[in-house]
Ligand binder design. Structure first.
Ligand SMILES: [Zn+2]
Length: 305
C-alpha cells in the first residue's frame, strides 16, 4: 500500500472515529472533582449522623441521593419511585434504584453502599462516623456515572441500573435483598461495585485495587487500554479473582454467577473511625477512578464479553 493510500485511509476513518467517540466525551467531561467533593462533603457531614441504616441520618442520605437523580432526569427503576424498602431484623431500610433503559432486556448494575455505622455515644468527643471514604466516595462515583450516561443522550444496548445499597455495614443486607428478590436476575450481565475509592495505603497513596472476575479477562484488558490513552493519576493493581464472593456488595452477584468488577483503594488508619472525613479524600485520584469506571460501565453495557 502506498503512503498516499495509507494517508487517505486514515483521513477517511478519522471522522468516523471522532464521531463515534463524541457522545462518550460528552458524558466523560461531566465527571468533575469539584462535584465529587460537594457530594462527599454533604454525605459525610455531621448532620447526616453517620448514615446508619434505618435511622434518621440514613434517611436523609437517601433523600439527598434521590433528589440528585431526580434533578438530572434519571428515572426510578420501580413504579413506586427510587426506594426499594425492605425490613430485616426489625430494621426498615431502603435501597435506591434508578435506571437508564437500554435497547435489549439485559441490564448491568452499577452500585455502591450509602449506609455507614452512625454515631457511637460511648465515645467521648467526636463520636460521629462520617464515612467519607467508606462509602460516600463510592456513592459519588455511582451518582456521577449516572449523570454522565444521561448526558450522553445515547441509548445503551443493555439498560444500566444505578444502585445505592442500604445495610451493607450490617452484613451486605441491601445488595443481598436486591439479588434475592430480582425477577430478572438472569438478565443481569454484570455488576460494577465501588467501596472506598477515595484514599489509599499510606505508603502507596495512588494505589487502586481493581478486582474482576477472572474468567472475564476483557475487564482487565479494557482498563489497560484506557490507562494507555488517558492520563489517570491512580496506579492499578489488576486482581483477577476466581470467585469474588465476599468483601463487599459484589458478593451476592458473584454467588449467582454474575461477573463483577470492584474498585477499591484499600484500608487506612481512619477506616471505621470518626476520622474518616471528607477533607482527607484525594479528589483527583477519586475522580480519575470514576472516569475510568464510566468508560468500563459503558463497555459493560454495550460490548460482548
Ligand atoms: Zn464500605
Amino acid at each position: 500500500m502506498s503512503k498516499f493510500s495509507v494517508l487517505f485511509g486514515v483521513l477517511l476513518l478519522l471522522p468516523v472515529a471522532l464521531f463515534s467517540q463524541e457522545y462518550i466525551e460528552r458524558g466523560y467531561s461531566t465527571i468533575q472533582a469539584v462535584d465529587a467533593r460537594a457530594i462527599v462533603e454533604i454525605l459525610a457531614s455531621d448532620s447526616l449522623q453517620g448514615r446508619k441504616a434505618g435511622e434518621e441520618g440514613g434517611l436523609m442520605a437517601a433523600e439527598y441521593i434521590t433528589a440528585m437523580l431526580g434533578e438530572w432526569g434519571v428515572e426510578p427503576l420501580g413504579d413506586q419511585g427510587f426506594l426499594q424498602p425492605f425490613t430485616i431484623g426489625g430494621c426498615a431500610m431502603n435501597n435506591i434504584l434508578a435506571v437508564i433503559p437500554g435497547k435489549s432486556k439485559e441490564y448491568v448494575v452499577v452500585g455502591a453502599h450509602y449506609d455507614h455505622v452512625g454515631i457511637d455515644t460511648t465515645i467521648v468527643g467526636d463520636n460521629c462516623f462520617n464515612g467519607a471514604d467508606d462509602n460516600a466516595s463510592g456513592v459519588s462515583a455511582v451518582l456521577q456515572i449516572a449523570r454522565a450516561v444521561k448526558k450522553m443522550r445515547k441509548t445503551p444496548e443493555r439498560g444500566i441500573i444505578f444502585a445505592f445499597w442500604d445495610g451493607e455495614e450490617k452484613g451486605l443486607l441491601g445488595s443481598k435483598y436486591f439479588v434475592e428478590n430480582c425477577a430478572f436476575l438472569s438478565d443481569v450481565s454484570a455488576y460494577m461495585n465501588f467501596d472506598m475509592i477515595g484514599r489509599g495505603p499510606v505508603d502507596k497513596p495512588k494505589h487502586l485495587t481493581y478486582f474482576y472476575t477472572a474468567s472475564y479477562p476483557a475487564f482487565g484488558d479494557w482498563l489497560k487500554e484506557d490507562m494507555s490513552v488517558r492520563a489517570f493519576s491512580f496506579i492499578p493493581d489488576y486482581r483477577a479473582w476466581e470467585k469474588p464472593t465476599d468483601g463487599s456488595d459484589n458478593a451476592y452477584f458473584a454467588k449467582n454467577g454474575i461477573p463483577i468488577v470492584w474498585y477499591h483503594t484499600e484500608g487506612h488508619p481512619d477506616y471505621h473511625r470518626p476520622s474518616d472525613t471528607a477533607d482527607k479524600i484525594d479528589y483527583e485520584k477519586m475522580i480519575d477512578i470514576t472516569r475510568a469506571a464510566f468508560l468500563c460501565a459503558w463497555r459493560l453495557a454495550n460490548e460482548k464479553y
